[in-house]
Design a protein around this ligand. Structure first.
Ligand code: AMP
Length: 250
């Protein structure tokens, strides 16, 4: 059985994002970039399934400019077998990404497509769902546990106030939630090995797919600064007194 794992290059989650002065987007020059954290969880899950001999091969796909090769290498260092870099010099929207991923799910005849539940830069949370719709495959999103057995996937999902377990026939699209696993640190030998793994480069334009964005970013702005008007009160009694007598709020 084969899995495809989609990984996106995003601004590292530790970086304090700065808005460009012309408000057209966020500053990405000289900013630390990393694999989207949910995609790191997705690759870890696929690699664990391979280590349990449930999967035979894990193929990593990323769409973007030349810099995403580094993101693919990070996923290969965790244990992916080979990579596919779909070269595109514009930022794609979820529909464009899903169309391209659908093409590679078909070409590679994969049994499971693993994605992150959302990319932490645009926060769309759409690509996995659109991919499942385009392929007409079942989808199990926000996975916190995955069992694959006898051509079926049993996926536990985090839903409001509890957990839901779904069963789906393969092939299936699964998107990872935070508690699915804790990704390993890639060891130095594995980072070295990843440098030798195959990465196929394909131009998005050669695929005959309309991946053009449908949306135009009108403006990006920083959240309002929080007011510095904070008063520390010694205890709850004083808080209640202040809310009642000074603020007239209760
Ligand atoms: P989104 O729907 O944009 O929040 O992204 C959900 C998931 O889709 C991500 O966690 C990735 O697994 C995948 N994805 C989004 N954009 C890309 C991309 N450019 N290349 C590869 N995978 C992507």
């Amino acid at each position: 059985m084969k899995a495809l794992v989609a990984v996106k290059r995003v601004i590292d989650y530790n970086v304090k994002v700065r808005v460009k002065t012309d408000e057209s987007g966020v500053e990405k020059d000289n900013v630390k970039m990393s694999i989207n954290p949910f995609d790191e969880i997705a690759i870890e899950e696929a690699v664990r399934l391979k280590e349990k001999n449930i999967l035979d091969e894990v193929v990593v796909v990323s769409i973007g400019d030349n810099s995403v090769k580094e993101t693919i290498r990070s996923a290969l260092a965790i244990g992916g077998d080979r990579g596919i870099h779909v070269m595109a010099n514009i930022d794609l929207e979820p529909l464009g990404v899903a169309k391209i991923l659908a093409e590679f799910c078909k070409r590679e005849q994969v049994d499971v497509a693993f994605l992150g539940k959302q990319a932490i830069d645009d926060d769309f949370n759409q690509t996995g769902q659109k991919l499942a719709a385009l392929l007409n495959w079942p989808q199990a999103t926000f996975a916190s546990k995955v069992i694959i057995k006898e051509k079926k996937a049993l996926v536990t999902r985090e839903v409001d106030g509890g957990l839901e377990t779904l069963e789906a026939n393969l092939p299936v699209v699964i998107t990872s939630d935070l508690r699915l696993n804790e990704p390993r640190y890639a060891s130095l030998p594995n980072i070295m090995k990843a440098k030798k793994k195959e990465i196929l480069e394909v131009s998005a334009d050669e695929l005959n797919i309309d991946y053009k964005p449908r949306l135009k970013i009108v403006k990006v702005s920083s959240p309002k600064e929080r007011g510095g008007n904070v008063t520390m009160l010694p205890d709850v009694e004083e808080l209640i007194k202040t809310l009642r007598e000074k603020e007239g709020l209760i």
